[in-house]
Ligand binder design. Sequence first.
Ligand SMILES: Nc1ncnc2c1ncn2[C@@H]1O[C@H](COP(=O)(O)OP(=O)(O)OP(=O)(O)O)[C@@H](O)[C@H]1O
Length: 232
Amino acid sequence: MIHFDNVTKVYSHQSRPALQGVNVAVEKGEFVFLVGPSGSGKSTFLRLILKEERPTQGGIHVAGKELSKLTNWKVPHLRRRIGCVFQDFRLLPNKNVYENVAFALEVIGKPRRFIRKVVPEVIDLVGLEGKAHRMPDELSGGEQQRVAIARAFVNRPMILLADEPTGNIDPATSIGIMKVLDRINRTGTTVVMATHDAAIVDAFRKRVVELEDGRVVRDQSRGVYGQAYGGV
Ligand SMILES: Nc1ncnc2c1ncn2[C@@H]1O[C@H](COP(=O)(O)OP(=O)(O)OP(=O)(O)O)[C@@H](O)[C@H]1O
């Protein structure tokens, strides 16, 4: 589903590469935690998948397409098939829960009847039943993140990218957010989640890809946040 083939990314005016010789293959339906210190290249990895950045060297395939061969007018189509969730929620403050989720479908021209059917289903899926008419400022941080996940998922993307989704949320609430992402993954959506949240990574035991200075230093199935060697 996502293939990085010897990918190096050097931003302009930077001497040090943000990513260096990265080879990672994420298959359909996988859940991958992307970990590593600040500045190790996690967000760059996610931005390359969306073609928000281009690799300096190497190739990237997403859903069977080589991104360098994707013409500019096809990029929105790629992005439509990839849901994104961020640390800072990015909800529309003047729209309620229902409207925030529905908006994602309205902008891509889905029929109103379809929107009325699927939006309540997704609001239930993320555990916000009964809260469709609340405004974002009437919700807790965890609830706001659930709305953001509902919005990212309502179009049933093949891939969900999450950049520090629990970064602004307390540990107990983070477990609930993670369970929602797990539920989405179980519907067949491939999930890649960049995180610093060791407790979450250790609790859910998914594949862990660790970056350090732009290189993959570990790729482990059912991994933990820190090095697993020596029983640590
Ligand atoms: N737009 C940019 N222009 C120039 N350099 C950049 C740009 N974006 C990121 N970098 C640099 O690339 C390197 C990797 O950054 P990146 O944001 O991918 O790391 P990260 O692992 O996501 O960090 P964090 O955990 O702090 O979000 C860093 O050295 C950063 O300063």
